[in-house]
Design a protein around this ligand. Structure first.
Ligand code: ADP
Ligand code: MG
Length: 389
């Protein structure tokens, strides 16, 4: 059996071959920060400082949520940039530990999952209440293509393990019976979100946080997996953090397939965000030129996958079958202000394909770009305005 595994690290390093329009970006692609994400400095954080004099940019790299985090920060001085970047990393680690990890007992998702089948359900925090509302609306609008209740199935496929070098050997696709048993526990139509003291709730337009809390009821065996929106949630949190930091003038934060641009550069030039070429992840297929604050989210079958005997098993699953989505799409990029919805939409659009995916993105006011298996690129009109090959 020939098995080939892409590590999250290498794929994502390719994904962040992107962005930010530093002075030395050559053919429109930013170089990696000097030394790459493994570079250590005195205080142990993995980071690099490529300060260009007053104003920055300063660049930092580290890992969180199983992926590489790259930060390019523009601020009056390096101390401010370093302080912000450390705060951002704490935020990401905290988010994983306290909110979205399904492995760590300390996280809310873990505890919510443990409540499945119970009569009393689980009282969600206000922010996870808002998140699950947004996710159930996206489930509805995507005709079930996007579904955060796939946890039992994603675990069977052992997706997270694909990122680990040690798991290269022995991958076997799950058998049909196991898959069907796991699929039986899935489906957002089976979960209930109840406002404390009122009727069932179905959904808000935006992922902005809400005041009130919802109680979540899940049937026995159901498991949440927020993998498709975790990075988007992180982008939203980092945006909020940046809003509290007027001393940071501009930033590009890249977290795997999600990239946040914020503010501006001292010289007033726009951000330039590269879109990875699914056929050669060390290359880009083009550049988005963006002013101000945006989230760019990409999902593709090249991000995490294993190949066994010539068959590629990737990490975006079709809820109808529980298997990797069969699609003539190789990658989808969504551009919008809301990072969480952008992340969810990129996953949903991969499964839906360009026709339905474009319509779904438009419903959210998002721009979309599809790279098709035959190399064609399909774009919404707003995307055409900012994309150049
Ligand atoms: P990444 O997290 O690598 O950027 P995505 O945002 O596309 O990629 O999310 C893929 C992850 O979402 C999978 O690893 C899995 O945890 C989860 N997932 C897979 N299929 C679906 C789906 N149809 N709906 C919602 N979540 C999914
Ligand atoms: Mg996603």
């Amino acid at each position: 059996m020939k098995l080939f595994l892409r590590t999250a690290m290498s794929a994502l390093m390719a994904a962040v071959l992107l962005c930010c329009g530093c002075a030395d970006t050559g053919a429109g692609m930013a170089r990696q920060p000097e030394g790459g994400p493994g570079a250590e400095d005195g205080d142990g954080a993995r980071k690099t400082n490529a300060g260009q004099g007053a104003g920055g940019p300063w660049q930092y790299a580290d890992t969180a949520m199983g992926t590489v985090v790259q930060q390019t920060i523009y601020a009056a001085d390096q101390e401010t940039a370093r302080d912000f970047s450390a705060q951002a990393m704490e935020l990401l680690w905290g988010l994983e530990r306290e909110k979205i990890s399904w492995r760590l007992e300390t996280s809310e998702v873990y505890q919510a999952n443990a409540s499945a089948g119970s009569e009393e359900g689980f009282l969600l925090s206000a922010d996870l209440s808002a998140l699950l509302e947004s996710c159930t609306l996206l489930w509805e609008r995507s005709e079930g293509a996007f579904d955060v209740t796939l946890g039992a199935v994603t675990r069977l496929w052992d997706i997270d393990k694909w990122a680990a070098e040690s798991s290269q050997e022995g991958f076997e696709p799950p058998g049909e019976e196991l898959l069907n048993q796991a699929l039986d526990t899935c489906g957002s139509q089976k979960l209930r979100l109840v406002e404390e003291g009122s009727a069932d709730v179905r959904s808000a337009e935006s992922s902005a946080s809400r005041e009130s809390r919802l109680r979540l009821f899940m049937p026995e065996g159901m498991r949440l997996d927020l993998g498709a929106v975790g990075k988007g949630l992180a982008m939203e949190r980092i945006s909020a953090l940046l809003a509290e930091r007027p001393d940071v003038d501009g930033a590009v934060i890249s977290l795997g397939g999600s990239i946040l641009t914020y503010g501006g550069k001292p010289d007033g030039t726009p951000w330039r965000v590269g879109i990875v070429n699914p056929f050669d992840t060390a290359e880009s297929i083009g550049i988005l030129t963006l002013e101000g604050s945006w989230c760019v989210s990409t999902s593709g079958d090249y991000e995490r996958y294993v190949e066994v005997d010539g068959v590629r098993y990737h990490h975006i699953l079709d809820p109808k079958t529980g298997a990797p989505a069969v699609s003539d799409v190789r990658g989808v990029t969504i551009l919008m202000k809301d990072g969480l919805l952008g992340d969810g939409l990129s996953t949903a659009c991969f499964i839906l394909g360009p026709e339905k995916g474009m319509a779904l993105a438009a419903r959210y006011g998002a721009e979309a770009l599809f790279v098709m298996a035959d190399g064609r690129i399909e774009m919404s009109d707003g995307m055409k305005d900012v994309f150049r090959k």
